[in-house]
Design a protein around this ligand. Structure first.
Ligand code: ADP
Length: 482
């Protein structure tokens, strides 16, 4: 089985969020499983100028964008990793945009990438059995295969899967950009890629991929409903029988407190001494007061989706419970300003780092007692999986993947791995924090819940196997065998 993962981001190359972790970990797992798995991503400036070992294959592709023809180059990295080079589109500071907004030519950039992926396959003479697309940035790939490339023998047996990592991001563009896609206007209708007068790249994939997946079971059900469907619930309902939930995992080598190179001291479930040392050092690193206080960590994209309004609204009450807050995040400017103000106001109690800092993220996961994730919605969420592995207890909203991965603590049996709350209100969140603090003040109970959380298995093994099963199914379906 020849697998191709097409993704706009993957660790260790380029990352803005969980998709990068997922794509990077999945491809690594496939390699461990000895699968023939390729991955293609754009050659962003960060990768080109970074320390990744790159080889220019010398192969070129040409992609029509409206009435222009744009040339791209193909670079290779280690084992079956390929990058599409095009300075006009990818030689930029960020992946998709700045805190002020998205890059205005994102339609062209990801039309180029999507069609570029197919052209790259041809240039490399690599005929994938399945192309595993991810998010709106690759949503056009399945549609191109069903239209422009429909009669192309090269892709005769190529099936497609599209994974929705976050339905809130759809790649919406004005109808006037339709000619850039190279697709006919007949597709610009509600059955096709039109969405309330605009073009929707994610919808292109939702209507045309052979199989759809999303990153948790609960989210797979939630997105069929109006409240969580972002206007696409009707499309998804029509494809319900082709929609599967496959829960994300984390890379257990990358996220391993017993070997983590970023930690001042390593630890594991049998010896938590190192975790205390991590907390001690973290206090100094981020200049917070009193080690005895419970520490709540947050590592997140600063976006409304993440429920940050609850934290800003209730900050005073939250701190009055005695906790210290450490936030590491990057995203919308309004939150940069809001949280920086809070950090100034509560020096010693709140630490805010605006930026994307991998080493600090590891140290916060290790040094915090709790990990707060009050998301409005959460397709899967990786933060809570990582935090549990590092013995930092999640406090999260009862939504999406948080439901599937956090077991609400029961004080009678001491079973559970975290604390869940339902309503998207400051008081519901504070109640969950209070429940968590009751456990914190009882050393034995706290020890117990840490062990419960650290014992959970969120490695990729089971989910990677599930994806392989689905690839198998979809390739057979494509060939009319099922
Ligand atoms: P999303 O993909 O919606 O942003 P996830 O919880 O699925 O959220 O994944 C977030 C990933 O990005 C986690 O690995 C988290 O540790 C990491 N991350 C988020 N923000 C930052 C940041 N500012 N610095 C470092 N890592 C971050």
């Amino acid at each position: 089985m020849r697998i191709l993962i097409a993704t706009p981001e993957a660790v260790p190359y380029a990352k803005t969020g969980g998709l990068a972790d997922v794509a990077g970990a999945l491809i690594k797992k496939y390699r461990d499983m000895k699968k023939e798995a390729y991955i293609i991503l754009p050659l962003y400036r960060k990768i080109k100028k970074g320390d990744v070992l790159l080889k220019n294959t010398g192969l070129k592709i040409k992609v029509p964008i409206g009435d222009r023809e744009i040339e791209g180059g193909i670079f290779s990295g280690e084992s079956l990793t390929y990058f599409i080079d095009c300075d006009e589109f990818f030689d930029r500071e960020e992946l998709y945009g700045t805190p002020q907004g998205d890059y205005i030519d994102n339609a062209s950039r990801f039309i180029f990438f999507s069609r570029g992926v197919l052209e790259t396959c041809k240039a490399l003479n690599f005929k994938p059995d399945v192309i595993h697309c991810n998010e709106w940035q690759t949503g056009l790939i399945p549609l191109y295969l069903k239209t422009i490339y429909r009669l192309d023998k090269f892709f005769k047996d190529t099936a497609t899967m599209l994974t929705i990592h976050n339905l809130g991001y759809q790649g919406l563009f004005p109808a006037s950009e339709m000619p850039l896609t190279g697709l006919g206007w007949e597709l610009f209708n509600p059955e096709g890629i039109e969405f309330y007068g605009r073009i929707n790249f994610l919808k292109a994939g939702l209507v045309s991929a052979d199989v759809l997946t999303t990153v948790s079971y609960t989210y797979a059900k939630e997105i069929l409903k109006k409240e969580s469907g972002f206007g696409l619930e009707g499309v998804l309902q029509r494809r319900e029988k082709d929609l599967y939930g496959v829960i994300n995992g984390i890379d257990y080598k990358e996220w391993d407190p017993s070997k983590d190179r970023f930690l001042p001291k390593n630890f594991d479930i049998k010896n938590l001494q190192g975790k205390r040392e991590c907390k001690r050092r973290l206090v100094k690193e981020v200049s917070l007061d009193k080690l005895e206080r419970p520490f709540i960590g947050m590592i997140t994209r600063l976006s409304a989706q993440k429920g940050l309004d609850l934290v800003l609204q209730s900050i005073e009450e939250l701190l009055s419970l005695g906790v210290n807050l450490i936030l590491l995040g990057k995203g919308e400017e309004a939150f940069h300003i809001g949280f920086s103000e809070v950090a100034n106001r509560y020096k010693g109690r709140v630490s805010v780092t605006i930026g994307f800092e991998e080493p600090l993220a590891h140290r916060i996961y290790a040094g915090s007692d709790f990990f707060l994730t009050p998301s409005r919605y959460e397709p899967c969420g990786l933060g809570q999986l990582i935090s549990m592995r590092y013995g930092s207890i999640p406090i999260g909203r009862r939504t999406g993947g948080l439901v599937d991965t956090i077991q609400d603590y029961d004080p009678l049996t001491s079973k559970g791995t975290g604390f869940l709350f339902s309503d998207h209100t400051p008081s519901a969140m504070l109640d969950a924090v209070k429940r968590a603090l009751c456990v914190y003040t009882d050393k034995d109970k706290m020890q117990r819940i840490i062990v419960n959380a650290m014992k959970m298995d969120f490695s990729w093994k089971r989910s990677a196997e599930r994806y392989i099963e689905l690839y198998d199914y979809v390739t057979k379906k494509r060939k009319g065998m099922v």
